[in-house]
Write a new protein. Structure first.
Length: 315
């Protein structure tokens, strides 16, 4: 009977020793070989040995694996985090030239959970923020100094969405995520909270504000969902005014539109005429747009982009 080389691939983003039952059966039943020099491999080796598996660390080559095959008949090759794809390909070609020598089997002992690459982003950011070997520019930043970049990246994402450029949306989402990870990493040193705290607060909020999904609240449609969200939010924030909590740094047209939305939702009628004539005229236009269900900010943006096109045609 031919032996088998079982290439065991595991996730480097899960704790060492977290394997499927099938993987544990195999590493306990057969010798395990793995490469040296990997921090992940070292922790996984320690976990396997602690559970009674026989693990040998080697310098991996096709000849070394063939020698192990001749000695053991069947063994488990614990892959490095990158999967040892080149080595596995070379071994597979060698075994294909010698039918009956052995089978090369691929076994996934664990998989990355959804969102696992965010852990990589955190690891990379930790490296960049290292006090001795990290990036000096990033370490010199503050929440205030980074704030303009957050706005810029958000606008670039907005542009990509507007253009329906999904490749750009993917890239710009990454740039926005960079800002979130970097701000959270700075806060770890200055404010005592981490990205885990940020994510934990978000999870709690999503569960709390969606009782129609996570509890027994019944809704008749989207309007009920929005009403429940706003009611729960109001109870949480304990705001004294309908306009408390409006983001004041947003563009002025969007700010006025948001204020009008809040006032209307509160059932208030608040007539207002700004003292500045130009401000009064602009304010009146936003009021008109609000009353007719239009977005003044978006309309002015479209006009500005049309003007840009006209400038290019004139050049």
């Amino acid at each position: 009977m031919p032996g088998s080389v079982i290439l065991l691939v595991t996730s480097p983003r899960l704790p060492a020793g977290v394997l499927t039952a099938q993987a544990w059966d195999l590493v306990r039943a057969h010798p395990v070989l793995t490469a040296s020099g990997s921090a992940f491999g070292s922790s996984q080796v320690d976990a396997l040995r602690a559970a009674g598996a026989s693990v040998t660390v080697v310098e991996p080559t096709v000849d070394v694996l063939l020698d192990a095959l001749a000695e053991h008949g069947t063994f488990v090759w614990l892959a490095s985090p990158d999967g040892d794809e080149d080595l596995a390909r070379s071994l597979g070609l060698r075994l294909a030239r010698e039918p009956g020598l052995a089978d090369l089997e691929l076994l996934y002992g664990s998989w990355d959970p959804p969102g696992a690459r965010v852990l990589d982003a955190v690891t990379v950011m930790d490296r960049l923020m290292h006090p001795e070997t990290g990036d000096a520019w990033k370490r010199a930043q503050t929440h205030a100094s980074l704030a303009p970049f957050l706005l810029e990246e958000s606008y670039e994402l907005y542009d990509a969405i507007r253009d329906e450029d999904l490749d750009a949306v993917r890239e710009e989402l990454g740039d926005v995520l960079l800002q979130v990870v970097l701000h959270a990493r700075l806060a770890e040193e200055t404010a005592g909270f981490t990205l885990d705290d940020v994510a934990g607060d978000l999870v709690d909020k999503l569960i709390r504000r969606n009782p129609h999904v996570f509890a027994d609240t019944e809704v008749g449609g989207i309007d009920d969902i929005i009403a429940n969200w706003e009611q729960i939010k109001q109870a949480e924030k304990s705001r004294g005014s309908a306009v408390d909590g409006v983001a004041l740094s947003q563009p002025a047209l969007a700010l006025v539109a948001k204020l009008l939305h809040r006032v209307a939702r509160a059932g208030l009628t608040v007539p207002f005429t700004p003292a500045d004539p130009l401000g009064a005229a602009l304010f009146a236009l936003v009021v008109q747009a609000h009353e007719t269900g239009q977005d003044a900010e978006a309309a002015l943006r479209i006009a500005a982009l049309s003007y840009m096109d006209a400038v290019r045609r004139a050049e």
